[in-house]
Design a protein around this ligand. Structure first.
Ligand code: NAP
Length: 280
């Protein structure tokens, strides 16, 4: 029987640990503050921002929110980011993506001080990760590592295949698995014979953005399968990039959707905020 990796439970554990750390920091007079900036009112972004605020409240992190109109210019947004960079009281800055088309996302990400880049998207954070220096790590891949570690799933020496090479999931995921001494293969849309390569994996991490794409012929018997994807299927039910029902009897452990990787992203964002405050 496959172990169903419970991301909801692990994220709760992490948030409880952080809550205690934040309370200890408060006793020393240190307050942890996260600033979240949303431009426009994309409904999905509004939900993500609200969930981040809720997590902050639970842990005791002060959250400052900026809800800016769609018409905000790039220069205005850069000015706010710069003010927050300079503010002594702000530990983390998060600009909710996607931004309206007239704002260059890369320019905004690069404007955030790497010391407050709790999303881990700044080129300096990405560079530090790839050369093994300390720095903020993109929250979703960091969450996957936490899940594997807290379930005592060995990584060192294992064959890992990551499907997807996006800057926010696939690439940092591959770097992190390499840092944990796995042997890593990264697959993408031009990969030939994906099923042959992915079915080599002891640990298969799927971040492809295609609902229920990965079926049993992509998976080795007894593999650990981590599903980063999140979609709604034709019945309006949440599902991942992996066809869970189709593979579950073939694997040794698997993350469900919902309740697998998803809850870990916010937990790791909170972790980055607390780390930022502690390293001041
Ligand atoms: P993305 O930017 O769209 O990247 C998808 C990657 O999959 C690309 O590298 C693409 O290859 C590759 N790919 C697409 N079709 C493929 C195919 N047929 N065969 C092999 N590779 C293929 O997506 P993302 O931002 O990484 O997100 C991936 C999924 O994770 C999405 O479902 C997203 O909603 C979800 N997600 C979840 C969380 C969370 O908190 N749980 C966070 C972030 C993302 P190319 O590079 O060649 O185009």
């Amino acid at each position: 029987m496959a172990t169903i990796i419970d991301g909801k439970e692990i994220s709760k554990q992490i948030k409880d640990e952080l809550r205690e750390k934040v309370s200890n920091l408060k006793q020393k007079g240190i307050e942890v503050t996260l600033c979240v900036i949303q431009v426009g009112d994309d409904p999905a972004s509004t939900i993500y921002v609200r969930n981040k605020q809720k997590a902050c409240e639970y842990i005791g992190i002060k959250s400052q929110s900026y809800k800016l109109p769609e018409s905000t210019t790039e220069a205005e947004l850069l000015e706010i980011v710069e003010e927050l960079n300079q503010s002594e009281n702000v530990n983390g800055i998060l600009v909710q993506m996607p931004l309206p088309k007239h704002i260059n996302e890369d320019k905004i990400i690069e404007a955030i001080s790497p010391d407050k880049d709790v999303d881990g998207f700044h080129p300096q954070s990405v560079g530090r990760l790839s050369i093994g220096q300390r720095g903020f790590i993109s929250c979703t891949p960091a969450g996957v590592i936490e899940l594997l570690k807290r379930y005592n799933i060995p990584i060192e020496g294992k064959e890992c295949v990551v499907i997807g090479r996006s800057n926010i999931v696939g690439k940092p995921m591959a770097m992190l698995m390499l840092r944990e001494n796995a042997t890593v293969t990264v697959c993408h849309s031009r990969t030939k014979d994906l099923a042959k390569i992915s079915s080599r994996a002891d640990i298969l991490i799927v971040a492809i953005g295609k609902a229920e794409f990965v079926t049993r012929e992509f998976v080795k018997e007894g593999a650990v399968v981590i599903d980063v994807g999140i979609h709604r299927n034709e019945n309006n039910k949440l599902c991942g990039d992996v066809d869970f029902d189709n593979v579950v009897d073939k694997v040794s452990a698997i993350t469900p959707v919902p309740g697998g990787v998803g809850p870990m992203t916010i937990a790791m964002l909170m972790y980055n905020c607390v780390e930022s405050a502690m390293s001041k």
